[in-house]
Design a protein around this ligand. Structure first.
Ligand code: GLY
Length: 395
């Protein structure tokens, strides 16, 4: 394999440390506004506004609190109690959300409950968090279709126009593995495994770019066709979808140990890297590159870095060093050119992400373009934490 970006610098240990310190302090500064409330999915003019716990993204903010808590505990800097208390308040909100079934009729239970409640349980043994996360896993498996063997992403379960999975869902599945581990009931793991297999078989194209969404025939379960929602056009590779693919293949391997997923990880990652612009931070769709007047999606860089840092645990030394190097280069570029360094400029962590950019050829709404977004901030902190220590996953 050709080594790409050979001349790019790696993020230094002291830069990782600085960025983690800044992130922890930024979380602390945000607590007065965002303890009883949550950060909106995306900033407006680089500032997040508070929302109730009723959107698919709120777990990322709670995840930032837990990552900051881990860092504070390591440094013993006096912020530990405030962070833990805020995390515990948010856990109660997540328990209430799943008990009351507030906006949980979709597949994003993993995005919601892994970085919030699984994290809280793993770090502090919080029993309410465990209860909430198991209820969320129960909710997630209600979306499984035996006909087609996949978990449906969005919408009513009995409508052919909703009979599809999306690549993002690979990050929702660790919740099911965790639930099987905790309860001793294999049903969660079995569904996760079926979905992973169906997803990976269908969303990865021959050239290792990826479909955002994939439809199945509702009567027979036969794979039907791919389509984009948030990418530029059907045949293009939505940058974040490709990044979910990188991290998704790494997690698929972690949980199934199927060798073919390592090979797919290599190819999907290669496609991602080969379609990056000069500074390594992707435009919102990999169709675009330097010279195109298009917004970036910096969150994809952090997500892909996390996937690489997970996958290297299962690789031989030389290959592991190669992917660690890519992750360090992605993080260096984010740190130098995209990360917030002055809290007066933003209450987020990473600028220039894109949530949902409408094009003439896609079906999504237009919001959160060239802003911070909540998962961009969370995965930036996760990647920094992974570079800093041997991190126990929330996923
Ligand atoms: N999972 C939705 C997104 O990445 O925007």
């Amino acid at each position: 394999m050709d080594i790409l970006f050979g001349n790019k610098p790696l993020i230094k240990e002291e830069e990782v440390e600085w960025a983690l310190d800044f992130s922890e302090n930024q979380v602390i500064r945000n607590l007065p506004t965002f303890t009883d409330k949550f950060q909106k999915a995306y900033s407006e003019n680089n500032f997040y506004h508070p929302i109730e716990n009723n959107y698919w993204t709120t777990g990322f903010w709670t995840g930032e609190i837990w990552l900051a808590y881990e860092h504070a505990c390591e440094k013993k800097d006096g912020n530990e109690d405030a962070l833990r208390a805020a995390g515990e308040i948010q856990v109660k909100s997540f328990l209430n959300r799943i008990e009351q079934k507030i906006e949980v009729d979709h597949h994003d239970m993993g995005f919601l409950y892994s970085p919030s409640c699984v994290a809280a349980y793993k770090l502090t043994g919080n029993e309410l968090a465990k209860k909430a996360a198991i209820m969320a896993a129960d909710q997630l498996i209600t979306r499984y279709h035996p006909v087609g063997e996949f978990i449906q992403a969005w919408g009513a379960m009995d409508a052919p126009e909703n009979y599809r999975l999306i690549i993002d869902c690979l990050l929702n599945l660790p919740l099911l593995y965790w639930a099987s581990e905790e309860t001793g009931d294999d049903k969660y793991r079995e569904i996760a495994e079926k979905h992973i297999h169906t997803a990976i078989k269908n969303v990865i194209r021959e050239d290792y770019s990826t479909w955002h969404t994939f439809f199945f025939d509702m009567k027979t379960g036969v794979p039907d066709h791919g389509a984009t929602c948030q990418g530029y056009r059907d045949g293009s590779a939505w940058a974040r979808g490709q990044a979910w693919g990188v991290y998704g293949c790494a997690l698929a391997y972690k949980y199934t140990k199927r060798e073919e997923y390592i090979e797919l990880f290599r190819h999907v990652t290669q496609y991602f890297l080969e379609h990056l612009p000069e500074d390594m931070i992707p435009f919102w769709d990999l169709e675009f590159t330097d010279g195109d007047e298009q917004p970036r999606d910096s969150s994809s860089a952090s997500i892909a870095a996390c996937g690489m840092l997970e996958m290297i645990k299962y690789m031989e030394k030389d290959e592991a060093e190669l992917y660690k190097g890519y992750a360090q280069k992605l993080m260096k570029s984010l740190y130098d050119n995209y990360a917030v360094k002055d809290f007066k400029a933003s209450n987020g962590l990473v600028l220039h992400s894109t949530y949902s950019n409408h094009s003439p050829y896609n079906t999504c709404n237009h919001y959160g373009v060239d802003e911070c977004n909540s998962w961009g901030d969370y995965f930036y902190m996760e990647a920094l934490t992974r570079l800093h220590k041997d991190w126990i996953l929330y996923w």
